[in-house]
Design a protein around this ligand. Structure first.
Ligand code: NAD
Length: 472
């Protein structure tokens, strides 16, 4: 699928940013190289008695922080180069949102539609076993999560397999994140990446100066949106954008695309696809048999949320969106990116924008390691502290707070904030804070957001290495 190596593409973006840093060349080389790649092949006994040979990979890009962390994807396009590129993006992403992991990524080279549920389970369990044998998985070593073509179900098989062979089963829950809630997962992980994408888009749309430069009004409300890929990330991004008053006018899936300038109701499209097994032929919408053409529709915000290399030098000049929100990893090649920068398109880069998943995975991992259910120990103390602070502030400003505020705090004494609320507010803080950091960095250098984000990532990883004392 790739004309050029995806890892080389990521490295070009790295090089563009590295020239604005002052780190020694050796350190930059260490940061950008992929530390380890494990390629495995194993047999699968299929339901019909035949044997398939399955190719699978895990890349650990950077061990400047441990464990390493990154999703597992099931797709026919998976290869060593792809997992190395995705693992590198994970290292930079974790640094940008201050999540203390090195980057990793795994993949199994299959089209999941070709396999039964029990075959997928056997593949996943064998993959986990192979990773464990080579020390490529563990709560303090390398912690997978869902990605393209996988979900909480695969994560539960990974956990169950790892737990049965682990030396330290007590911490085994933390060997993988994105697990079902009943199996150590946190509420909010499934939607976290799309939710984070929404927060990032919202921050971008709230900066008056940037919106005026694009000829757009401030805010998400009323903006027209085109989405490519209605899977986990695409669906949730569309959902939160719709809730904030944006209008989804175009949707691309692998079977084709649909367009309606009046906008779709997301749930109607989802039900239609469930019923007819296709998004095509939705009442009142125009069909596109070539789904790539949907990317070229006139819109305010284009959200590629499927796979890499979707916007390339051969189609970039036909893109009409004013903002491209990279929900997927690597949807824009480096040459297309250059064209977009020169033509004033605002690209919110993947390396920041889809970091919501790993941010919430971090909450899950921490909770699994602490062996304490959310809030059980700290809830009362936090609410009590909040009441004391409120009393002090009342004294300082000489003003009494209304009864609603007080009773809100008091009820939190009794019940505490829900886990979902805490996860959501932690995610929002992270995405908002990181947006302003990369925005500031790019503005101070008069550069695009991606380069600003990479400069931040390089600086933070370099500091990590220097703090570790490995280099004098
Ligand atoms: P997913 O498997 O849930 O959904 C992907 C969707 O894209 C599927 O519905 C698929 O049919 C569709 N698709 C595939 N090829 C297409 C094409 N050519 N045109 C239109 N649609 C197409 O995967 P996901 O988890 O939503 O991941 C999507 C992207 O987001 C990937 O790049 C992934 O690496 C990235 N990402 C995911 C997460 C996560 O938490 N799941 C986190 C960070 C980044």
């Amino acid at each position: 699928m790739h004309q050029t190596s995806f890892f080389a593409e990521v490295n070009k973006m790295f090089a563009r940013a590295a020239q604005y840093t002052k780190h020694p060349p050796g350190l930059l080389e260490q940061i950008q190289n992929c530390n380890s790649v494990y390629h495995m092949s194993f047999p699968l006994l299929r339901d019909d008695g035949s044997i398939d040979v399955i190719d699978a990979y895990r890349a650990e890009h950077s061990h400047h922080m441990q464990p390493t962390k990154g999703g597992i994807r099931y797709a026919p396009s998976v290869n060593a180069d792809e997992v190395m590129a995705l693992a590198a993006l994970m290292s930079y992403k974790c640094a940008i949102v201050d999540v203390p992991y090195g980057g990793a990524k795994g993949g199994i080279c299959i089209d999941r539609q070709d396999y039964s549920q029990s075959e997928l389970e056997r593949i996943t369990r064998r993959y986990t076993f192979e990773l464990s044998k080579k020390n490529f998985i563990g709560p303090g070593i390398d912690v997978p999560a869902p990605d393209y073509g996988t979900s909480s179900i695969e994560m539960s098989w990974i956990f169950d397999t790892y737990r049965s062979i682990a030396d330290n089963p007590l911490d085994a829950l933390a060997c993988v994140t994105g697990k079902p809630v009943g199996m150590g997962g946190v509420r909010g992980r499934t939607e976290a990446t799309g939710r984070g994408v929404f927060f990032g888009i919202r921050e971008a749309c709230d900066i008056e100066e940037d919106m005026h430069a694009l000829g757009l009004s401030v805010g998400v409300e009323g903006k027209s949106v085109v989405i490519q890929g209605l899977g986990n990330v695409g669906y949730h991004t569309a959902l939160y954008l719709e809730q904030a008053g944006a209008k989804v006018i175009g949707i691309a899936e692998y079977e084709g695309g649909v367009y309606n300038p009046e906008g779709f109701l997301l749930e109607d499209i989802v039900s239609h696809r469930k019923e007819t097994k296709s998004i095509l032929n939705f009442p009142g919408a125009q069909n596109f048999t070539d789904s790539a053409k949907v990317l070229e529709l006139e819109c305010d915000i284009l959200v590629p949320a499927a796979l890499e290399s979707q916007i390339r030098s051969d189609n970039v000049s036909r893109i009409q969106a004013k903002i491209i929100a990279e929900a997927a990893n690597g949807p824009i090649t480096s040459s297309a990116d250059q064209w977009l920068i020169e033509n004033g398109v605002l690209v919110i880069p993947d390396v920041y924008l889809n970091a919501g998943g790993v941010t919430v995975s971090y909450f899950e991992w921490l909770r699994n390691l602490s062996h304490v259910r959310h809030g059980r120990m700290s809830r009362r103390r936090e609410a009590h502290n909040a009441l004391q602070i409120l009393e002090t502030v009342q004294g300082l400003v000489g003003k009494k707070f209304d009864s609603e505020t007080i009773s809100g705090i008091e009820s939190s004494l009794a019940f505490g904030a829900s886990e979902a609320d805490l996860v959501d507010s932690g995610l929002e803080d992270t995405m908002v804070g990181a947006y302003h950091e990369i925005h500031e960095k790019s503005r101070s250098h008069n550069l695009d957001l991606r380069t600003g984000a990479f400069i931040n990532a390089i600086d933070k990883i370099a500091q990590g290495y220097l703090r570790s004392g490995i280099f004098p």
